[in-house]
Design a protein around this ligand. Structure first.
Ligand SMILES: [Zn+2]
Length: 472
């Protein structure tokens, strides 16, 4: 059986109304509880055990206070005397407060289910008035609650589609309609509405509870920062062709042979403004869009002084043709992936100028950017390939001097400028750690150093990040 969603889904627009009542109304109606007591109105799905847990009391005490003979025969709407002062649901929540960073596949409904609290409580605590404005990377204060569905951290949020029954949904996820009814506190199996969120639990080792539109099953993304690379991995419920755009630009997606595991690298220019940007995923005819935060990269500023005879370094007529040549070389996308694991450092020397520094030359404006990482290495020091790759450029250039560019596959290229010597030829496959040349001061350079540059799908990004974080 195959049920397909043909409509456009935007994940964050599907959150339920925020005005919904909190799970527990500690005081209700005209009943005046005795001093030091409160009245709890039993909600659907609650047990005496949960209520006792919430108020820090015991099942025995509650049963005795309320004259309950059979603790499993609670009625929805039944009023119970509870021996504690009235508390709000947030304050009464058990468990430790957590700072949580919003991920792709999170909605208020999902977070409420996973943390055992209510959407309204999360919204109130975090001053969220419009869930559509939530974004990936947003920090939320959450606290473990005590709702009946609490603790379900693996599985899916399934949004009911036209024509579906609880039996269809149970079959799709290999579970039982009874379990779905129980977990979701549904009064009747035949009372579903289109768009209704249902929690479909999976076992302990299942996918993290996620609220993704079909056919997406899992979505992992590392934090997105100015000038850095973010890894994105998607798993689909069936073989799917994906197209992704981020910040309005298409992103190359690499899918496995089965067509269910998809990987992409997001490279953000260091010049991009820290802000919220759209991430759009088209899976066959289904479209999903999220708002994603690009965080500040924390780059510093540098003042550089050039001698009069070096000022043509800044002359576009000198730099432009070479720039275009390099751009062309690094714009290729090789489907073969040579990199894997952490990259090594290209030379054994301290960093003298970091990537991303805003530069002013001879007292001018801060209008240029350092597009690589400089190492203060001695002339003649060995330069190593930080990862396996194919040499795609190995020749003297006028600005960059003796230059090497390696293609690591998947649109990842590294560049080495101002070398004294080059010991590899274009077309050669080099392994990680192999010597490719020596440090020098060729081209327009202010002294011996290695300038190391990393391009990911044509965007210059921080190379040192790749020595600390491995990409899938
Ligand atoms: Zn440099």
């Amino acid at each position: 059986m195959q049920v397909r969603l043909v409509r456009l889904i935007s994940l964050l627009t599907l959150c339920a109304a925020l005005g919904s009542a909190p799970l527990v109304r500690a005081q209700d109606g005209g009943d005046k509880p005795p001093t030091g007591m409160t009245i709890h109105v039993v909600q659907r799905g609650e047990t005496l055990f949960r209520i006792a847990q919430r108020y820090g009391t015991t099942v025995e005490d509650l049963a005795r206070l309320n004259g309950i003979q059979n603790p499993s025969a609670l009625a929805v709407g039944q009023r119970l005397i509870v021996p504690s002062p009235p508390v709000s649901p947030e304050e009464s929540a058990i468990g430790i407060p957590t700072e949580y960073t919003l991920q792709v596949g999170d909605t208020l409904f999902k977070l409420a289910a996973a943390f055992g609290t209510t959407e309204a409580a999360i919204a109130r605590r975090n001053a969220i008035t419009n869930p559509r404005l939530m974004y990936v990377g947003q920090r939320l204060a959450l606290q473990e609650g005590s709702q009946s569905a609490q603790g379900i951290r693996t599985g899916w949020i399934h949004r009911v589609r036209r024509g579906e029954t609880l039996y269809h949904i149970a079959a799709r996820y290999s579970t039982s309609p009874d379990l779905l009814r129980l977990i979701n506190s549904l009064p009747r199996a035949d009372l579903l509405y289109i768009g209704q969120p249902l929690i479909v639990p999976s076992d302990e080792n299942g996918v993290p509870l996620t609220d993704l539109p079909f056919p997406l099953a899992r979505f992992e993304m590392t934090p997105v920062e100015q000038g850095r690379t973010s890894a994105l991995r998607l798993i689909t419920q069936e073989p799917t062709r994906l197209a992704i755009t981020f910040m309005g630009k298409p992103v190359t997606v690499f899918s496995d042979e089965a067509g269910v595991t998809h990987t992409a690298l997001l490279a953000v220019s260091p010049l991009a403004e820290p802000d919220i940007y759209p991430l759009r995923v088209v899976a066959d005819q289904h479209v999903a869009e999220w708002r994603v935060r690009v965080a500040d990269g924390g780059y510093r500023t540098e003042a550089i002084t050039l001698a009069a005879d070096q000022l043509d370094l800044l002359n576009p007529s000198v730099t432009q043709p070479e720039e275009e040549r390099v751009r062309q070389v690094v714009s290729a996308i090789t489907p073969q992936r040579y990199f894997g694991g952490l990259m090594g450092l290209p030379c054994a020397a301290p960093v003298s100028s970091p990537f991303g520094a805003r530069r002013s030359y001879n007292g001018g404006a801060l209008n240029t950017l350092h597009t690589g990482t400089d190492f203060a290495a001695l002339p003649g020091a060995a330069v190593y390939a930080p990862a396996a790759g194919v040499v795609v450029l190995a020749e003297p250039l006028s600005v960059r001097g003796n230059a090497i560019i390696l293609d690591h596959g998947w649109g990842v290229f590294s560049g080495y400028w101002h070398l004294e010597s080059i010991s590899v030829r274009a077309g050669a496959l080099v392994q990680a750690g192999e010597v490719i040349g020596t440090v020098g001061s060729s081209g327009r350079s202010t002294g011996p150093h290695l300038h190391w540059e990393l391009f990911v799908q044509g965007v210059q990004v921080d190379p040192l990040q790749w020595t600390k974080q491995s990409f899938p």
